[in-house]
Design a binder for this molecule. Structure first.
Ligand SMILES: NC(=O)c1ccc[n+]([C@@H]2O[C@H](COP(=O)([O-])OP(=O)(O)OC[C@H]3O[C@@H](n4cnc5c(N)ncnc54)[C@H](O)[C@@H]3O)[C@@H](O)[C@H]2O)c1
Length: 244
């Protein structure tokens, strides 16, 4: 219950799925958390250690507003968890520039822009951490996922560079690559038992992941336990990607 005592964390995409589970877990471990999600998302939390901000991460002014709010409320920043993401895009042959850009804006560009905004504060922290949610689709692919896969491979590349550049300041940067997790993003598909069964069977643990399965990896990376891990992309996929 004390692995993040007195730490301050920002969690994006915290209204739902992996982000909500992570924000709740971080707060339960003693952190103060600023949950960020888009306007209209469900930003109700019981825990007083969790504050919220409704903002679209694709907006130019979002990074400044988010970091300023965290500093205003909590006075410092230790952990940035860039977790928000969107799917979609479609087949490459048919994809519009707008559809491509909409995916990159949230999944990759916002990760870079919010990290850049947070870096001075993370350097000032003795426990600076950047955690980015990528995907097993950073390494694999499926039909209609060109924009998504490109964005997630980009997140892994960005994470490595952040780790390299920030290491001398004691700041770590790592990515998590979730497999098939039952969340808001996948609810429509995984509510269909036939689809859920196919994906559960692909995992060597024979089940879909739950948001908490990924949140626990984020907690490890955010805490003292993950202090010597940097520049890595850690799969949290129940062994989904073991077989070729
Ligand atoms: N669910 C899976 O199987 C799976 C697998 C691999 C990776 N991921 C990644 O996990 C991360 C979390 O997704 P999830 O599965 O928990 O889905 P989710 O839909 O439950 O949560 C994503 C959250 O991001 C928020 N968000 C999206 N665009 C935003 C924007 N422009 N501004 C602010 N907030 C925005 C959404 O409102 C939502 O609350 C994403 O980056 C996703 O790509 C998920």
């Amino acid at each position: 219950m004390t692995r993040l005592t007195d730490r301050v964390a920002i969690v994006t995409g915290g209204a739902s799925g992996i982000g909500r589970a992570s924000a709740t877990l971080f707060a339960g471990e003693g952190a103060k958390v600023l949950v960020v999600d888009r306007p209209g998302a469900d930003l109700t939390f019981e825990d007083a250690a969790i504050q919220t901000l409704a903002v679209d991460l694709a907006d130019a002014a979002a990074p400044g507003a988010i970091v300023a709010r965290a500093i205003e409320r909590f006075g410092k920043l230790d952990v940035l968890f860039n977790n928000a993401g969107v799917g979609g895009g479609g087949l490459a042959a048919d994809m519009t520039d707008e559809a491509w850009d909409a995916v990159q804006a949230v999944n990759l560009r916002a990760v870079f822009r919010l990290s850049r905004e947070a870096i001075p504060y993370l350097i000032a922290s003795p426990y600076g951490r950047i955690i980015n949610t990528a995907s097993v689709m950073a390494q694999g692919t499926d039909w209609g996922l060109a924009a998504y896969c490109a964005s997630k491979a980009g997140v892994v590349g960005l994470t490595r560079s952040l780790a390299l550049e920030l290491g001398r300041h004691g700041v770590t940067a790592n990515a998590i690559m979730p497999g098939a997790i039952f969340t808001g993003m996948t609810q429509a598909n995984f509510s269909n038992p036939a689809i859920a069964e196919v994906w559960a069977k692909k995992s060597v643990l024979k089940r879909l992941g739950q948001p908490i399965d990924v949140a626990r990896v984020a907690l490890f990376l955010a805490s003292e336990d993950g202090g010597f891990v940097t520049g890595q992309a850690i799969a949290a996929d129940g062994g989904l990607t073991l077989r070729i």
